[in-house]
Design a protein around this ligand. Structure first.
Ligand SMILES: Nc1nc2c(ncn2[C@@H]2O[C@H](COP(=O)(O)OP(=O)(O)O)[C@@H](O)[C@H]2O)c(=O)[nH]1
Ligand SMILES: [Mg+2]
Length: 395
């Protein structure tokens, strides 16, 4: 897309609410161009997202800082606009508010509304950052909506309220809150853009598919680390039943990411995946093969950790690819036999080959936490290979 076609998103919110983390996740892993404007603004551009993102760090702060920031934004718009080109107007504002406490939500909303009154008719999307507690999300969205409903103009500007977890939030070694709301935020932002700078729906689908994949990678990484922790037991394991809770969490988190519901058809599909990743013949064969690697001088707990981590990483990558195909409409929830075949062939092809390589590389690493970390990064790297298109063939 021609850079001239970009719309502009202004991101505001108090220090520490998670603006930088959010922007980083939205921009994704591709190359990003950052322009520093004075001491108040940072402008981000990336080919992997159809709008510019402007981080206005101080706008939620003191009156003085706010005035300086607003001045800087207005100057930036003017300086960069070509003759008769409105491309440097602010098109959408993200209100970033921590979705943690109701009292804070009210306070921050009032503050941000005041701060942005100069953009009288610009669409607003409220981003509830750090929305770690899934059970509170709906209630917080409602609270924001009610607050906007008190002022007609503000209500007219409000386009969406989106609870977000921008990066995996680790509760302890084996449990975490998966990223949430990022593709939805990209879609809602694009919809709120004026027609002239809005990306076509096909383009936006591709942008969000890529973003879903990088979020999926975060989920797989956290799950693999959890698998390594759980797997590090001294008793030799014969099947991967011990990984059931982790794989269940992994499958559910990926399903949510790809918009796959929790109906009875999807439950059947999830069970098929879980079976392949725990008690299936291929899983057992892989465990046997990894245990039998000749000449390994690692403690049993380390070998078990490597096996457990390999299985979680493999099932995560495979599930991600399955859900991508369903998301793209190439496969359906009913295609359980295809899913079984697809995952089993990946497991028998990759798991043994990659797992063996990783175990080989591990022998030089000291035992303990460092070893688990090294193991996790080796595994993720190994299973991320063949980074093809989302629509690659089955083999
Ligand atoms: N795990 C996790 N940490 C977050 C998230 N959002 C923000 N944080 C953390 O909160 C702190 C402040 O975030 P930052 O993005 O720097 O906030 P900013 O000041 O608004 O730019 C940092 O330590 C972040 O790592 C999130 O979605 N998940
Ligand atoms: Mg920041």
């Amino acid at each position: 897309m021609d850079a001239m076609d970009y719309g502009n998103v202004l991101v505001i919110g108090s220090a520490g609410v998670g603006k930088s983390t959010l922007i980083r996740t939205v921009l994704g892993t591709g190359s990003v161009e950052v322009t520093q404007v004075g001491s108040h603004l940072e402008v981000y551009e990336s080919l992997s997202i159809p709008f510019r993102i402007i981080d206005a760090r101080d706008i939620g702060g003191s009156l003085f800082a706010r005035r300086a920031t607003i001045g800087a934004i207005k100057r930036w718009s003017k300086d960069n606009a070509l003759d008769g080109d409105a491309s440097n107007d602010i098109n959408v504002i993200w209100f970033c508010i921590e979705g943690k406490s109701r009292k804070l939500i009210r306070q921050q909303l009032a503050q941000l509304s005041r701060a942005t009154d100069v953009w009288r008719s610009v669409p607003v999307i409220v981003v509830l950052t750090k929305s770690y507690a899934a059970t509170e999300r709906a209630e917080n969205v409602e609270l924001v909506r009610q607050s906007f409903a008190r002022t007609k103009r503000r209500q007219r500007n409000l386009r969406a309220v989106i609870p977000v977890v921008a990066s995996t939030y680790q509760l302890d070694e084996t449990t975490f809150v998966a990223p949430e709301g990022i593709p939805e935020l990209i879609e809602a932002t694009n919809e709120a853009m004026p027609e002239g700078v809005r990306a076509a729906s096909g383009d936006i689908a591709e942008f969000t598919l890529r973003r879903r994949r990088s979020v999926a990678r975060g989920i797989i990484a956290a799950s693999t680390a959890a698998g390594i922790t759980v797997g590090a037991v001294p008793i030799p394991i014969s099947d991967a039943l011990i990984l059931t809770p982790i794989e269940t969490g992994l499958i559910n988190a990926l399903a949510t990411l790809y918009g796959i519901g929790k109906g009875s058809t999807s439950k059947k599909l999830f069970n098929t995946i879980l079976e392949v990743g725990t008690v299936s013949t291929v899983a057992k064969a892989a465990i046997g093969a990894l245990k039998a690697i000749p000449g390994i001088n690692l403690a049993a707990s380390v070998v078990n950790a490597a096996i457990a981590g390999s299985i979680v990483a493999a099932i995560g990558e495979g599930t991600m690819r399955v859900f991508e195909r369903i998301y793209m409409g190439e496969k359906t929830l009913d295609d359980t036999e295809w899913v079984r075949g697809f995952l089993e062939s990946r497991m028998s092809r990759d798991l043994i080959a990659q797992g063996t390589k990783v175990v080989g590389k591990l022998s030089g690493v000291e035992a303990g936490t460092d070893q688990n970390k090294a193991l996790a990064s080796l595994l993720l790297e190994a299973f991320r290979q063949d980074e093809g298109k989302a629509t690659e063939g089955q083999s």
